[in-house]
Design a protein around this ligand. Structure first.
Ligand SMILES: CC(C)(COP(=O)(O)OP(=O)(O)OC[C@H]1O[C@@H](n2cnc3c(N)ncnc32)[C@H](O)[C@@H]1OP(=O)(O)O)[C@@H](O)C(=O)NCCC(=O)NCCS
Length: 170
């Protein structure tokens, strides 16, 4: 497979290659299906989902194969204590298209966006064995509005080395 690359919203869909582009209004239904298939309906009970319910999307990215959306990720505006930052998730790639680097390309698109917009850092709830490769590491002192496995609360520092306090919508 060709190396995924990030497109701007103005780029035309390409054929026969994998690309990551900014999420557009018409992608919503497909994203909902991919996320539901990956996590099941149980995800709505999760603390991360409670936080996202009231938050606004800073940006979303989709991964496309031959112009077909097969993966997605979103960044949400939050604050940890007094510090505005970004919350990543959910990230999902269709089962049949996994292990081809699309997940990594989606995470990298988020990181690039956060860096270019001068974010303090990115918070997420996820598996350290996956997100550690991008520089995410366990953070203590940030408290979400509900129970979270502390081993899965991860932070990628950018302008702020760390953050602490209650996690709220930004
Ligand atoms: C996580 C996910 C988005 C990765 O997408 P992807 O396109 O397969 O990602 P990549 O191709 O960049 O990386 C795949 C590698 O990560 C590994 N990996 C995937 N999920 C992992 C996890 N939760 N923990 C540790 N490693 C993981 C895969 O085993 C694979 O390893 P390999 O390259 O040695 O085969 C995808 O597996 C998915 O949609 N999972 C279900 C939803 C989910 O659990 N999302 C949140 C993860 S915390």
């Amino acid at each position: 497979m060709a190396e995924p690359r990030t497109l701007t919203p103005d780029d035309a869909p390409l054929s026969g290659v994998a690309v990551v582009r900014v999420e557009q209004a018409g992608d919503g239904e497909t994203i909902d299906r991919i996320v539901l298939e990956a996590f099941g309906p149980g995800r709505f009970a999760k603390t991360a989902e409670r936080l996202r319910e009231g938050a606004s999307i800073a940006v979303g990215f989709v991964a496309c194969l031959d112009g077909r959306v097969v993966g997605s990720v979103r960044l949400w505006r939050i604050r940890v204590g007094e510090t505005p930052c970004l919350f990543l998730g959910p990230i999902a790639v269709e089962r049949s298209e996994r292990s081809e680097g699309l997940g990594a390309a989606l995470v990298q698109a988020c990181i690039d966006h956060a860096r270019t917009t001068g974010a303090a850092g990115i918070l997420l709830v996820g598996d350290a064995p996956y997100f550690g490769r991008f520089g995410f590491a366990r953070i203590e002192g940030a408290s979400l509005p509900g129970p979270v496995d502390p081993a899965r609360l991860l932070w990628l520092p950018m302008l702020a080395e760390t953050v602490a306090g209650p996690v709220m919508i930004g």
